[in-house]
Design a binder for this molecule. Sequence first.
Ligand SMILES: [Zn+2]
Length: 134
Amino acid sequence: MPTPYQARPLGPVITDAASQPYWDAARQGVMRIKRCTACGKFHFYPRALCPFCQGDTQWVDASGAGVIESVSVTRRPGPIPYAIAYVRLDEGVMMLTNIVDCDLDALRIGDRVKLCFKTAEDGAAVPMFTPVKT
Ligand SMILES: [Zn+2]
């Protein structure tokens, strides 16, 4: 029986000029990440300058597909269990996120996941991931 996702209160999401395009895209159901126009590498979180070579960066739409690199299910202190995980997107960047809408006991490192969004208290769309059924 899958554990339904019940949010602890999400948000409000704090935005600034550098992250606003990320959150605007999220409201449209798209995850945007930054890629360097000089060396071509992706990075996360979004930065104005490439963390590898200091080159300029541009926004690109991410595939939303990735793999669980690390996962932990928390059952205390709250009444609602949830899974926090590091997910590596197919583009190569790693993000700290939640795995939702799934059987938490079945989650394994190496599982394929796909992007989904959950709505925060302030209406922001927060990117999370759910396992890809194989
Ligand atoms: Zn670069």
